[in-house]
Write a protein of this length. Structure first.
Ligand code: NAD
Ligand code: MG
Length: 402
């Protein structure tokens, strides 16, 4: 029996994780759960999974949850609030597995704590790795933690790698295993064929309607701008110890192939399946075993097309920014990620246009790209400065509109 901590339990990845857990009560015990503020959803999860500890970051929400748990005679469930409490549940001695599924750089410190405390870390929170890069990988090297990718592309790549590479995440050299390229697939999102002159009028609802995947709102917008693929490009660099030229983005609108590894003898190994995050989650939870995930087997006879293409940077300027950031260094990656969290939030709140997202991101990335990052405090400081600069740029755009 493994004790599990789910960070970001009320989100889309949280849902999928708990659905896999539900199918294997003999293997996994939910020890702790966290969310930002969703009292009602957390209450339902508490009733079903009976965790020992729950964290709601917002103090008022934590108090409200505690009152409701007491009223249901669930007073033995301990409720904490605040960011330190996330770090505490992620590093707790009684937990072996941590699902890192908070959205954004807020997931960094708890995820890093789980790594430093030798957990099996299931990494969905790509922003944590994008924003800290080498610092994260060094922490992994200096620990006994096991890092398993949940992002479907990185989980697919992991599954296509030889065991030596799988056992030395972030450290093995791909040339030692005859690997020539990592092919990172992406659907192109909901606006792959939308005329560019309509991009100014794209609404949050349209941007969140992904053709193949059902996800949280932030990553849905990132998928529409392909910033998600850009963040994944940086994530792949760190997870698989790559140079930017080792990675090729391949558009594949059907999302059936989740990514591929090309070897120097001409072989290409792909991982396929229905687009459902329970597959990579079940894979990482059980690795190296395999368990049922609830995902339907892929039906090749009803599959329509199998298309591939190149991503066009005029359509996806955010993808280019992220690849440029990856080539530039940690300052650019940390600043770009922070700016993107602010610009996407401003778009979702209808303050800026869809096409303004890349403008805010580019401005902030240029401003901070030469900043040196050598420790986690540098990351936290730059993240804050970049957010401030992005807020200022959003305000400027709002003034222009008024
Ligand atoms: P979501 O918005 O559905 O859920 C986010 C979770 O994080 C919620 O539980 C929320 O309460 C919590 N949260 C939000 N802000 C927080 C904060 N400041 N502090 C603490 N907790 C906070 O997001 P999601 O789609 O589940 O994505 C989670 C992560 O997984 C993201 O990093 C995303 O890029 C990654 N990911 C998601 C998918 C997917 O299919 N949804 C696929 C691959 C990777
Ligand atoms: Mg992905």
């Amino acid at each position: 029996m493994q004790n599990l901590c789910v960070l970001g339990a009320t989100g889309s990845i949280g849902d999928s994780t708990l659905d896999v857990v539900r199918r294997h009560p003999d293997k996994y015990n939910v020890r702790s759960l966290s969310a930002y503020s969703s009292v009602a959803k957390m209450l339902t999860l508490c009733q079903e999974f009976l965790p020992d500890i729950v964290v709601l970051v917002k103090p008022d929400a934590a108090k409200a949850l505690k009152r409701q748990l007491d009223a249901l005679s669930l007073e033995h469930i301990v409720v904490h609030s605040g960011e330190q409490a996330l770090i505490d549940i992620a590093s707790c001695d009684k937990t072996q597995v941590v699902m890192s599924a908070i959205v954004g750089a807020s997931g960094l410190l708890p995820t890093l704590a789980a790594v430093k405390h030798d957990k099996r870390v299931l990494l969905a929170n790509k922003e944590a790795l994008v924003t800290s890069g080498q610092i994260f990988i060094d922490a992994l090297k200096n620990s006994k933690a096991e890092l398993l990718p949940i992002d479907s592309e990185h989980n697919a790549i992991f599954q296509c790698l030889p065991e030596y590479q799988q056992r030395h995440i972030g450290q093995a050299r791909i040339e030692d295993s005859g690997i020539s390229k990592i092919l990172l697939t992406g659907s192109g999102g909901p606006f792959r064929t939308t005329p560019l002159e309509q991009f100014d009028d794209i609404t949050p609802a349209q941007a969140c309607a992904h053709p193949n995947w059902d996800m949280g709102r932030k990553i849905s917008v990132d998928s529409a701008t392909m910033m998600n693929k850009g963040l994944e490009f940086i994530e792949a660099k760190w997870l698989f110890n790559l140079q930017p030229d080792d990675i090729q983005v391949v558009l594949h609108p059907q999302s059936t192939i989740h990514s591929m590894v090309q070897y120097k003898d001409g072989s290409v190994i792909a991982q396929m399946g229905n687009p459902d995050m329970r597959t990579p989650i079940a894979h990482a939870m059980a690795f190296p075993d395999r368990i049922e995930s609830g995902v339907e087997p892929f039906d090749f006879f009803s599959c329509k097309n199998f298309e591939f293409g190149q991503a066009d940077f005029a359509r996806y300027p955010n993808l280019k920014l992220a690849i440029d950031a990856c080539r530039s260094g940690q300052g650019a990656c940390t600043a770009l990620n922070a700016a993107n969290e602010i610009s996407v939030d401003a778009f979702l709140n209808e303050k800026i246009k869809f096409t303004d997202i890349s403008k805010v991101n580019e401005h902030v990335m240029q401003k901070f790209m030469d900043v040196d990052i050598t420790c986690i405090d540098d990351v936290v400081a730059l993240d804050r400065q970049a957010r401030d600069a992005a807020h200022q740029w959003v305000s400027k755009l709002l003034e222009q509109k008024a």
